[in-house]
Ligand binder design. Sequence first.
Ligand SMILES: NC(=O)c1ccc[n+]([C@@H]2O[C@H](COP(=O)([O-])OP(=O)(O)OC[C@H]3O[C@@H](n4cnc5c(N)ncnc54)[C@H](O)[C@@H]3O)[C@@H](O)[C@H]2O)c1
Length: 243
Amino acid sequence: MKGLSGKKVFITGAAAGIGRATAERFYQEGSSLVLIDMPTLEQSELQAMFPERMKYIQADVTSKAGLDLIFAEMEQGIDVLINNAGITRDATLLKMTDEQWDSVLAVNLTAVFKCAQKAAQVMKAAGTKGSILNAASVVAHYGNFGQSNYVATKAAVIGMTKTMAKELGRAGIRVNAVAPGFIGTPMVRKMPEKVIAMMEEKTPLTRLGEPHDIASAYAFLASDEASFITGTCLNVDGGIVLG
Ligand SMILES: NC(=O)c1ccc[n+]([C@@H]2O[C@H](COP(=O)([O-])OP(=O)(O)OC[C@H]3O[C@@H](n4cnc5c(N)ncnc54)[C@H](O)[C@@H]3O)[C@@H](O)[C@H]2O)c1
């Protein structure tokens, strides 16, 4: 896709699911990758997948130490940030603990804000006409049982994306969100079989999405093909949001 080759692309939560598929897509496009994930994965696994143009930062995006590592690398240059890391800690409103609420907000919202803020500061200072992409979810549009914490973060991400787009447009920095429907990643595969079957049934295109479906949306929105698109939230959901 036009304008991705040679770009330095940061992806949080890059070791699994959508993040990993997104890393593969940008690698194929000739981008240089800075992959960020929890300090659990053996670096050698990613090095085998991405033998060149890849730096792996083992960092928790909710910790100061993790953010310091990421920000130090951003200061060396950044063209694209994909704020993909996200978690669920489901419970109904009546049962949700403070820990469940706080942990989801920390990863899905506060870290998105902090990484976007630093990326924007570096891009603006360097005159880079970069792109910031944030992971939302279709549940932001219609709510989801047992996910008041998660849905709150995803709706907030959409609002924050629009605000960032307004503030950064003059600097030529575009900010967009992608709202996946139900995608067959570890996050969704751990749901009960019958919930997955119900989601497929509710989806006009009658299947779960694949991680590469979301990677394609990120690649498009980061590319020059989307140079007049900012502040949008692209639903990639097989039509499930139509109800
Ligand atoms: N899978 C779906 O159906 C779906 C639907 C809507 C939105 N999303 C969003 O897409 C994004 C990716 O989802 P996924 O299904 O690929 O998830 P996943 O659980 O498969 O992968 C998420 C990755 O993020 C990493 N991560 C989690 N917390 C982190 C932290 N504190 N610091 C650094 N890395 C961390 C995990 O280690 C993991 O590798 C998330 O933001 C999610 O909310 C997914």
